[in-house]
Design a protein around this ligand. Structure first.
Ligand SMILES: Cc1ncc(C[n+]2csc(CCOP(=O)(O)OP(=O)(O)O)c2C)c(N)n1
Ligand SMILES: [Mg+2]
Length: 253
């Protein structure tokens, strides 16, 4: 949501169940904000695919030049909806990008337990869809792959799939143990992977290339910290969402 330009304060208010959130505090973290092109997130993993077919079809029929991007995890790619929708977006040459964030695990099930192949994006071949595997910790690599896929979709050449290999740094949710199958995930591995945090890597790249100075890094870091503090204050001070707020939300527009 933030990368599409939505203000973090509306996201945080949503996440904390406040009436000022982007969905009136009713969605937990499955925020939607059409103003920023955020057309849907849902609690049922895999329900993102059919919606993406719809938005892709709408963009094509209305000739809007828009591209529907569907982000999902390695675990989510196991849903039948992935396959049905991969078939449809390809048959209809829709402007769609499937982005699989393969962080190696879905809740407690590691990707290698759930998938017979290493690259989930290889599934795309069966539907005639080009695909790319990128280092998901590398912001520039992801941007490059996305720009190529966007260009392809906008030129009417149809959908593509990107698999971004990344890593989950925390447990699936706060308060639940970080198991992989029957075992706790090794802390050493997580600490090792944290060294490749995308923000750290990107900062190092930009410093190395002379795009940013150390002063810039500190200024941007401070601005981000201030923005988060303001978002927290806004969320804390906002009223808790009430059931009748849902009526207002649904029927106000
Ligand atoms: C249909 C369905 N089954 C199970 C769940 C519970 N659930 C929520 S997230 C999740 C794991 C998703 O894993 P993945 O797609 O790899 O995403 P990640 O959390 O790793 O980003 C599961 C099983 C759900 N929300 N919907
Ligand atoms: Mg995952």
């Amino acid at each position: 949501m933030i990368s599409k330009g939505a203000d973090p304060k509306y996201y945080l208010a949503e996440h904390t169940g406040k009436a000022t959130g982007c969905c009136g505090g009713m969605s937990t973290f499955h925020g939607v904000d059409p103003e920023y092109g955020l057309m849907g997130a849902a609690g049922t993993v895999g329900s993102c695919f059919p919606v993406t077919v719809g938005w892709g079809l709408a963009a094509k029929k209305n000739n809007t030049g828009q591209v529907a991007v569907c982000c999902f995890g390695d675990g989510t790619s196991n849903r039948g909806t992935f396959h049905e929708c991969a078939l449809m977006v390809n048959n209809w040459h829709l402007p769609v990008i499937f982005v699989c964030e393969n962080n190696g695990i879905g809740m407690f099930v590691s990707a290698d337990q759930a998938h017979p192949v290493e690259d989930i994006s290889s599934l795309a071949q069966g539907y005639g869809m080009p695909s790319a595997v990128v280092d998901g910790q590398d912001v520039m690599a992801v941007a490059e792959a996305m720009l190529a896929a966007l260009d392809r979709a906008r030129k009417g050449k149809g959908p593509s799939m990107i698999e971004a290999k990344c890593y989950r740094f925390c447990s699936h949710a706060l308060g639940i143990p970080d198991f992989e199958g029957a075992d706790l995930r090794p802390k050493e591995k997580i600490d090792e992977m944290r060294k490749r945090d995308p923000v750290t890597l990107c900062r190092e790249q930009l410093l190395e290339q002379g795009v940013l100075t150390q002063d810039d890094v500190e200024r941007i870091g401070q601005a981000a910290a201030d923005e988060v503090a303001a978002a927290e204050k806004f969320a804390d001070e906002s009223p808790v969402a009430q059931p009748d707020g849902l009526d207002q939300l649904l029927y106000a527009k």
